[in-house]
Write a new protein. Structure first.
Length: 257
Protein backbone atom coordinates (compact mmCIF):
# COMPACT_ATOMS: atom_id res chain seq x y z
CA UNK A 1 0.00 0.00 0.00
CA UNK A 2 1.44 3.41 -0.90
CA UNK A 3 2.29 5.72 1.95
CA UNK A 4 0.25 8.82 1.24
CA UNK A 5 0.53 12.11 3.12
CA UNK A 6 -2.61 14.27 2.96
CA UNK A 7 -2.37 18.06 3.16
CA UNK A 8 -5.39 20.38 3.30
CA UNK A 9 -4.80 23.82 1.75
CA UNK A 10 -7.17 26.74 2.45
CA UNK A 11 -7.81 28.79 -0.69
CA UNK A 12 -9.83 31.90 -1.55
CA UNK A 13 -12.26 32.83 1.24
CA UNK A 14 -13.60 29.39 2.14
CA UNK A 15 -12.34 26.78 -0.37
CA UNK A 16 -10.06 23.84 0.18
CA UNK A 17 -7.64 22.07 -2.14
CA UNK A 18 -5.88 18.83 -1.21
CA UNK A 19 -2.46 17.39 -1.87
CA UNK A 20 -1.71 13.68 -1.63
CA UNK A 21 2.00 12.92 -1.57
CA UNK A 22 3.37 9.42 -1.94
CA UNK A 23 6.40 9.34 0.33
CA UNK A 24 7.76 6.25 -1.42
CA UNK A 25 7.54 7.31 -5.08
CA UNK A 26 7.67 11.09 -4.56
CA UNK A 27 4.56 11.60 -6.70
CA UNK A 28 2.13 14.34 -5.66
CA UNK A 29 -1.53 14.66 -6.59
CA UNK A 30 -3.63 17.82 -6.33
CA UNK A 31 -7.40 17.58 -6.01
CA UNK A 32 -9.06 20.78 -7.26
CA UNK A 33 -7.32 24.07 -7.99
CA UNK A 34 -9.21 27.04 -6.53
CA UNK A 35 -6.19 29.35 -6.25
CA UNK A 36 -2.60 28.93 -7.39
CA UNK A 37 -0.61 30.90 -4.81
CA UNK A 38 -1.25 28.82 -1.66
CA UNK A 39 -0.97 25.56 -3.61
CA UNK A 40 2.31 26.50 -5.30
CA UNK A 41 3.64 27.80 -1.96
CA UNK A 42 2.83 24.51 -0.21
CA UNK A 43 4.48 22.47 -2.96
CA UNK A 44 7.59 24.67 -2.86
CA UNK A 45 7.81 24.64 0.93
CA UNK A 46 7.65 20.85 1.02
CA UNK A 47 9.85 20.47 -2.06
CA UNK A 48 7.24 18.33 -3.77
CA UNK A 49 6.83 18.18 -7.55
CA UNK A 50 3.25 18.04 -8.79
CA UNK A 51 2.53 15.03 -11.01
CA UNK A 52 -1.29 14.88 -11.25
CA UNK A 53 -4.27 17.24 -10.96
CA UNK A 54 -7.75 15.78 -10.39
CA UNK A 55 -10.76 18.06 -10.90
CA UNK A 56 -14.17 17.36 -9.35
CA UNK A 57 -16.28 19.83 -11.36
CA UNK A 58 -16.14 22.91 -13.54
CA UNK A 59 -17.00 25.77 -11.15
CA UNK A 60 -14.46 28.57 -11.19
CA UNK A 61 -13.57 28.19 -7.52
CA UNK A 62 -12.31 24.66 -8.23
CA UNK A 63 -10.35 25.28 -11.45
CA UNK A 64 -9.24 28.92 -11.69
CA UNK A 65 -5.82 28.32 -10.17
CA UNK A 66 -4.90 25.68 -12.71
CA UNK A 67 -3.12 27.82 -15.36
CA UNK A 68 -0.67 29.29 -12.85
CA UNK A 69 -0.14 25.89 -11.25
CA UNK A 70 0.63 24.29 -14.60
CA UNK A 71 2.99 27.15 -15.39
CA UNK A 72 5.09 25.89 -12.48
CA UNK A 73 4.46 22.17 -13.12
CA UNK A 74 3.85 21.81 -16.88
CA UNK A 75 4.23 18.02 -16.85
CA UNK A 76 1.37 17.45 -14.42
CA UNK A 77 -1.44 15.41 -15.96
CA UNK A 78 -4.96 16.85 -15.61
CA UNK A 79 -7.86 14.46 -14.97
CA UNK A 80 -11.55 15.31 -15.05
CA UNK A 81 -15.00 14.13 -16.07
CA UNK A 82 -15.52 13.24 -19.71
CA UNK A 83 -19.12 14.46 -19.39
CA UNK A 84 -17.86 17.90 -18.39
CA UNK A 85 -14.83 18.13 -20.68
CA UNK A 86 -16.42 20.99 -22.61
CA UNK A 87 -16.53 23.11 -19.40
CA UNK A 88 -13.26 22.02 -17.81
CA UNK A 89 -9.70 23.07 -18.64
CA UNK A 90 -8.00 20.86 -21.21
CA UNK A 91 -7.85 17.29 -19.88
CA UNK A 92 -5.07 14.78 -20.37
CA UNK A 93 -7.32 12.00 -19.05
CA UNK A 94 -11.14 12.06 -19.24
CA UNK A 95 -12.93 9.69 -16.86
CA UNK A 96 -16.44 8.48 -16.05
CA UNK A 97 -18.38 6.47 -13.47
CA UNK A 98 -16.71 3.18 -12.62
CA UNK A 99 -13.33 3.99 -14.17
CA UNK A 100 -10.33 2.88 -12.13
CA UNK A 101 -7.07 4.81 -12.33
CA UNK A 102 -3.64 4.23 -10.88
CA UNK A 103 -2.52 7.45 -9.20
CA UNK A 104 0.79 7.61 -7.35
CA UNK A 105 0.84 3.84 -7.05
CA UNK A 106 -2.71 3.58 -5.73
CA UNK A 107 -5.89 2.36 -7.39
CA UNK A 108 -8.50 5.15 -7.50
CA UNK A 109 -12.21 4.74 -8.33
CA UNK A 110 -14.20 7.43 -10.12
CA UNK A 111 -17.73 7.97 -8.76
CA UNK A 112 -20.36 9.94 -10.68
CA UNK A 113 -22.03 12.32 -8.18
CA UNK A 114 -24.32 14.69 -10.13
CA UNK A 115 -26.56 17.16 -8.33
CA UNK A 116 -24.53 20.27 -7.60
CA UNK A 117 -23.58 20.11 -11.29
CA UNK A 118 -24.52 17.37 -13.74
CA UNK A 119 -20.87 16.58 -14.52
CA UNK A 120 -19.62 16.35 -10.93
CA UNK A 121 -17.39 13.40 -9.98
CA UNK A 122 -15.70 12.20 -6.80
CA UNK A 123 -12.47 10.22 -6.39
CA UNK A 124 -12.21 7.33 -3.92
CA UNK A 125 -8.74 6.21 -2.76
CA UNK A 126 -9.44 2.92 -0.93
CA UNK A 127 -5.88 2.35 0.32
CA UNK A 128 -5.60 5.88 1.70
CA UNK A 129 -9.23 5.54 2.88
CA UNK A 130 -10.19 8.95 1.50
CA UNK A 131 -12.85 10.26 -0.85
CA UNK A 132 -12.58 13.67 -2.51
CA UNK A 133 -16.14 14.91 -2.90
CA UNK A 134 -15.83 18.53 -4.05
CA UNK A 135 -19.25 20.12 -3.59
CA UNK A 136 -21.33 16.93 -3.44
CA UNK A 137 -21.11 15.51 0.10
CA UNK A 138 -19.81 18.26 2.39
CA UNK A 139 -19.16 18.54 6.12
CA UNK A 140 -22.64 18.57 7.70
CA UNK A 141 -24.16 19.41 4.32
CA UNK A 142 -24.26 18.93 0.58
CA UNK A 143 -23.87 21.23 -2.38
CA UNK A 144 -26.69 23.43 -3.61
CA UNK A 145 -28.50 21.93 -6.60
CA UNK A 146 -27.49 24.34 -9.36
CA UNK A 147 -28.05 21.86 -12.19
CA UNK A 148 -29.26 18.51 -10.90
CA UNK A 149 -32.45 17.32 -9.24
CA UNK A 150 -33.01 16.31 -5.61
CA UNK A 151 -33.37 12.67 -6.67
CA UNK A 152 -30.08 12.90 -8.57
CA UNK A 153 -28.26 14.30 -5.54
CA UNK A 154 -29.81 11.77 -3.18
CA UNK A 155 -28.56 8.94 -5.40
CA UNK A 156 -25.11 10.55 -5.44
CA UNK A 157 -25.00 10.93 -1.67
CA UNK A 158 -26.21 7.36 -1.22
CA UNK A 159 -23.22 6.10 -3.23
CA UNK A 160 -20.84 8.07 -1.05
CA UNK A 161 -22.57 7.03 2.18
CA UNK A 162 -22.07 3.38 1.20
CA UNK A 163 -18.27 3.70 1.33
CA UNK A 164 -16.51 2.08 4.32
CA UNK A 165 -16.85 3.60 7.79
CA UNK A 166 -13.19 4.53 8.05
CA UNK A 167 -13.30 6.77 4.97
CA UNK A 168 -12.12 10.37 5.28
CA UNK A 169 -14.33 12.88 3.45
CA UNK A 170 -12.32 15.66 1.79
CA UNK A 171 -14.86 18.25 0.66
CA UNK A 172 -14.42 21.60 -0.99
CA UNK A 173 -15.51 24.32 1.45
CA UNK A 174 -15.45 25.56 5.04
CA UNK A 175 -19.23 25.71 5.42
CA UNK A 176 -19.49 23.53 8.51
CA UNK A 177 -20.61 26.17 11.03
CA UNK A 178 -23.46 27.38 8.80
CA UNK A 179 -24.38 23.83 7.85
CA UNK A 180 -24.42 22.92 11.54
CA UNK A 181 -26.79 25.75 12.41
CA UNK A 182 -29.24 24.37 9.87
CA UNK A 183 -28.71 20.74 10.92
CA UNK A 184 -29.70 21.67 14.46
CA UNK A 185 -33.16 22.73 13.19
CA UNK A 186 -33.76 19.42 11.40
CA UNK A 187 -32.10 16.81 13.62
CA UNK A 188 -33.11 18.06 17.05
CA UNK A 189 -32.14 15.93 20.00
CA UNK A 190 -29.32 14.11 18.19
CA UNK A 191 -26.55 13.86 20.83
CA UNK A 192 -23.89 13.07 18.21
CA UNK A 193 -24.80 16.26 16.35
CA UNK A 194 -24.68 18.34 19.53
CA UNK A 195 -21.23 16.97 20.33
CA UNK A 196 -20.02 17.68 16.82
CA UNK A 197 -21.38 21.24 16.81
CA UNK A 198 -19.44 22.01 19.98
CA UNK A 199 -16.26 20.57 18.45
CA UNK A 200 -16.79 22.53 15.22
CA UNK A 201 -17.31 25.80 17.11
CA UNK A 202 -14.10 25.26 19.08
CA UNK A 203 -12.10 24.34 15.97
CA UNK A 204 -13.19 27.46 14.11
CA UNK A 205 -12.53 29.65 17.16
CA UNK A 206 -9.00 28.23 17.15
CA UNK A 207 -8.60 28.76 13.40
CA UNK A 208 -8.55 25.02 12.67
CA UNK A 209 -10.24 23.65 9.52
CA UNK A 210 -13.25 21.38 10.05
CA UNK A 211 -12.47 19.61 6.76
CA UNK A 212 -11.68 16.77 6.20
CA UNK A 213 -14.32 14.95 8.21
CA UNK A 214 -15.06 11.27 8.67
CA UNK A 215 -17.78 9.43 6.80
CA UNK A 216 -18.89 7.83 10.06
CA UNK A 217 -19.58 11.24 11.62
CA UNK A 218 -21.33 12.43 8.46
CA UNK A 219 -23.66 9.45 8.57
CA UNK A 220 -24.35 10.13 12.25
CA UNK A 221 -24.84 13.91 12.06
CA UNK A 222 -25.32 15.18 8.48
CA UNK A 223 -29.08 15.63 7.88
CA UNK A 224 -28.64 15.19 4.13
CA UNK A 225 -27.55 11.59 4.77
CA UNK A 226 -30.37 11.00 7.26
CA UNK A 227 -33.71 11.44 5.42
CA UNK A 228 -34.75 7.93 6.50
CA UNK A 229 -34.35 8.83 10.19
CA UNK A 230 -37.78 8.59 11.88
CA UNK A 231 -37.17 11.62 14.12
CA UNK A 232 -36.29 13.82 11.12
CA UNK A 233 -39.28 12.53 9.21
CA UNK A 234 -41.58 13.31 12.16
CA UNK A 235 -40.21 16.83 12.47
CA UNK A 236 -40.87 17.40 8.77
CA UNK A 237 -44.32 15.82 8.91
CA UNK A 238 -43.17 13.18 6.43
CA UNK A 239 -43.32 9.93 8.44
CA UNK A 240 -42.87 6.91 6.22
CA UNK A 241 -42.09 9.00 3.14
CA UNK A 242 -39.61 7.95 0.49
CA UNK A 243 -36.08 9.07 1.52
CA UNK A 244 -35.58 10.92 -1.77
CA UNK A 245 -38.70 13.01 -1.05
CA UNK A 246 -37.52 13.72 2.49
CA UNK A 247 -34.11 14.69 1.15
CA UNK A 248 -35.78 17.11 -1.29
CA UNK A 249 -37.63 18.77 1.58
CA UNK A 250 -34.44 19.05 3.66
CA UNK A 251 -32.66 20.65 0.69
CA UNK A 252 -35.57 23.04 0.13
CA UNK A 253 -35.46 24.14 3.76
CA UNK A 254 -31.70 24.62 3.64
CA UNK A 255 -32.04 26.78 0.52
CA UNK A 256 -34.45 29.03 2.42
CA UNK A 257 -32.64 28.93 5.77
Amino acid sequence: MPSQQLVTIPCLSDNYAFLLHNTVTGETTLIDAPEAAPINATLAEREWSLTTVMLTHHHYDHIDGLPDILAQYPNAKVIGASADAHRLPALDVAVAEGDTLTIAGESVRVIDVPGHTVGHIAYYFPDTKAVFTGDSLMALGCGRLFEGTPDMMWQSLSKLAALPDGTTVCSGHEYTVANGRFAATIDTGNPALNTRLAAVAKARADGIPTVPSSLAEERATNPFLRPNDPAIQRLLGMEGADPASVFAEIRRRKDNF
